[in-house]
Design a binder for this molecule. Structure first.
Ligand SMILES: C[S@@+](CC[C@H](N)C(=O)[O-])C[C@H]1O[C@@H](n2cnc3c(N)ncnc32)[C@H](O)[C@@H]1O
Length: 237
């Protein structure tokens, strides 16, 4: 494969190559990494590398900057058609959401964040990508944005808070369709810095299952993110 790197960013993957099952539209393998087809050709969002392949412009997806990419490189399989609706809690300035925007180009992504500074950046990104909807709100209070968000197919959460699981459960009850998929990026150190991460993950898993989630997969995200675990779950069946 001929690779034509435009050096617009610093990242090139140095991790070992693992098998990644590609079950998402506009997602590609580039060497050891994954990349998405740029919905807005020429645009870079976080100084990621742009790669030309088979007449398509791809954005290299940095697994150190995005837990979604690291989960894929750790073997988690995301199987979606690209027309789903997503509620994204902790969207920040849109690093990960920009790649989801490349993939879910027939769907819609409601991005919630409580920090005005990063949400402003995400709102600027949303001006260039019509499938992104910025919402400035506290994800612990879903009633604050219930008038804006309909029932969704996918709930994605990356908020790094001590009550991460409770926030997810509250939002699933309010917005996730029955049988919908939830992806939770759990940060052990946000819950308890003193406790062993494996123990925290187990406790949180039990809480999530009790609330009605079925665990489909779970992956530790080292070496990309320390003391993080990704949960892939199904809601209410
Ligand atoms: C680790 S960063 C998210 C990075 C982002 N998901 C990405 O991959 O591009 C965590 C984000 O969660 C947001 N956050 C924390 N607590 C929140 C809450 N209660 N409601 C909404 N957003 C929250 C923070 O402002 C921060 O932007």
């Amino acid at each position: 494969m001929k690779r034509n790197f435009k050096r617009k960013g610093r990242f090139r993957g140095k991790h070992k190559k693992v098998d990644v099952k590609i079950k998402l539209p506009h997602l590609f393998r580039v060497g050891r990494d994954v990349a998405t087809e740029n919905l807005v050709p020429g645009q870079t969002v976080y100084r990621e590398l742009l790669v030309e392949k088979d007449g398509k412009q791809l954005r290299l997806w940095n697994p150190k900057r995005s837990k979604f990419a690291s989960a894929m490189l750790k073997g988690m399989v995301f199987d979606f058609s690209g027309d789903e609706s997503i509620l994204y809690l902790g969207v920040s300035s849109g690093t990960t959401a920009s790649h989801l925007s490349d993939i879910f180009r027939k769907g819609i992504i409601y991005g919630v964040d409580s920090a005005p500074r990063v949400l402003r950046e995400f709102a600027l990104l949303a001006r260039t990508r019509s499938n992104l909807i910025p919402i400035l709100a506290n994800a612990a209070k879903p009633e604050e944005y219930s008038f804006l968000v309909p029932k969704v197919d996918i709930l994605y959460q990356d908020v790094a808070q001590s009550n991460q699981s409770d926030i997810l459960i509250r939002n699933a009850k309010a917005f996730l369709k029955k049988g919908g998929i939830a992806v939770l990026m759990l940060k052990a150190r946000s819950i308890n810095v003193a406790e062993e991460p494996g123990k925290i993950f187990q406790q949180e898993q039990e809480k999530l299952m009790k609330a009605g989630f079925k665990i489909l997969d779970r992956r530790r995200l080292e070496p990309f993110q320390r003391d993080h675990l990704a949960f892939l779950m199904k809601w209410g069946e």
